[in-house]
Design a protein around this ligand. Structure first.
Ligand SMILES: [Zn+2]
Length: 399
């Protein structure tokens, strides 16, 4: 057979695989993409329903991702229980990751400039709107709190816009990162870890947090535990974890806290502050991170901090009510520098990929943060498990 004929045959076969159009005019797809797929839609408070929809057309700048897994966030749990954001009906899930199975012809690189190919593992961060204040990798611009995020969008006619689903359609103009060099557990943890990378950046902006600082971390849920991990990976070793659950304090030690204080064992804030002071060998903390959503915990934490020390408050993702402090004793007289922290910037997101590699590299038990895994069919149970405060990170795993 002549070469020319072979070329002709190959071209014909390729064309028939692409549905008759010349191969060059279409985006690429891997394997077989089904015609329909499921999303888990929150149809009323407390109830997700699996619904099947046609997979939408993938535009020239769009990416179709087969979802592998997605963490359940406290935000999802609030929305599941009370719909505080008024999003119902909604496909939730913003801590997701998966594999590119189809992409438009204009898609070449991710938001950090890395090449994108079929089969690459990706995560998304924010969806860009025409807002000049949300700019890639500019620390002086606002954080992601002002932007749209997949998994917190009202349902639309395309439907595949949350990660609690079989597939998600990443629309042109969204951020996307190639994280093929991270395993599935790490990829599911990127979003919550970015919250802590940002918090530690905020803490560093005070100029008080140093390698040899004595640091108190109050609250040992996933946020507090990851806070300890971020501090450990940057070389901070003198960490005291404060919580009321012995199991969580045990985990805090495995994560790198060298002392723990169970607040339930101390009556009154003076005794509790003394226990924290004792944990640092008779010194108060140079810096403290407040990682609970409890107003009382916020009031208490000032007592753990030395004169001239610093505080990062990051526990209040929703309005948890007012906290009482004494401005004279707690702030003025001690000259405490306080920073608040809220979600992350895009730069923090990219930093988080490296943090996860370092955390595993120094043997921190990051994988053990994911204590419960559910298939998509059991999403209602997954959310109930989160609300019942069992375990640490709950995840939906699709395979
Ligand atoms: Zn989240």
């Amino acid at each position: 057979m002549e070469n020319k004929n072979i070329e002709e045959i190959v071209k014909k076969v390729l064309e028939s695989m692409m549905g008759g159009a010349p191969a060059s005019s279409r985006g690429a797809s891997a394997g077989t993409v089904p015609k329909t797929a499921r999303v888990a839609k929150l149809v009323e408070k407390g109830r997700f329903e699996l619904q099947e929809y046609p997979i939408p057309e993938v535009g020239d700048g769009d990416i179709l991702v087969k979802v592998e897994g997605c963490g359940v966030c406290g935000t999802d749990a609030h929305e599941f229980k009370n719909d505080p954001f008024g999003l119902i009906p909604v496909v939730l899930g913003h801590e997701g990751t998966g594999e590119i199975v189809k992409m438009g012809k204009n898609v070449k690189k991710d938001s950090a400039g890395k090449d994108l190919h079929l089969g690459d593992k990706v995560v998304t961060c924010m969806i860009f709107k025409d807002n000049p204040d949300i700019t890639m990798f500019d620390l002086n611009k606002q954080n992601v709190g002002g932007a749209d995020v997949y998994g917190l969008l009202p349902d639309d006619d395309k439907h595949f816009n949350g990660w609690f689903s079989d597939y998600i359609l990443i629309r042109a103009g969204s951020t996307v990162f190639n994280v093929s060099d991270l395993d599935l557990n790490s990829r599911v943890l990127i979003e919550p870890c970015a919250v802590l990378v940002h918090a530690v950046e905020r803490a560093k902006s005070t100029g008080i947090l140093r390698f040899n600082s004595r640091v108190a971390v109050q609250g040992c849920g996933p946020i507090g535990l990851i806070c300890i991990a971020v501090l450990r990976t940057m070389g901070v070793e003198n960490i005291t974890a404060v919580d009321g659950e012995p199991k969580r304090l045990e985990f805090a030690k495995r994560m790198g806290a060298n002392k723990t204080v169970n607040f339930k064992e101390y009556k009154g804030i003076e005794n509790l502050a003394k226990a924290v002071e004792d944990s640092f060998g008779g010194h108060l903390a140079d810096f403290a991170f407040q990682c609970t959503g409890s107003p009382v915990a916020h009031s208490n934490i000032y007592k753990f901090i030395r004169n001239g020390g610093g505080l990062c408050e990051l526990g209040f993702f929703i309005n948890g009510g007012d906290a009482t402090i004494n401005p004279h004793f707690d702030i003025c007289a001690k000259e405490i520098t306080t920073v608040g922290s809220w979600v992350y910037t895009l730069r923090d997101y990219a930093t988080t990929f490296d943090f996860l590699k370092r955390a595993k590299g120094i043997g921190l038990p990051m994988d053990d943060l994911i204590t419960h895994r559910f298939p998509l069919e059991q999403i209602n149970e997954a959310l109930q498990t989160n609300l019942s405060m069992q375990g640490l990170k709950i995840a939906i795993i699709n395979k």
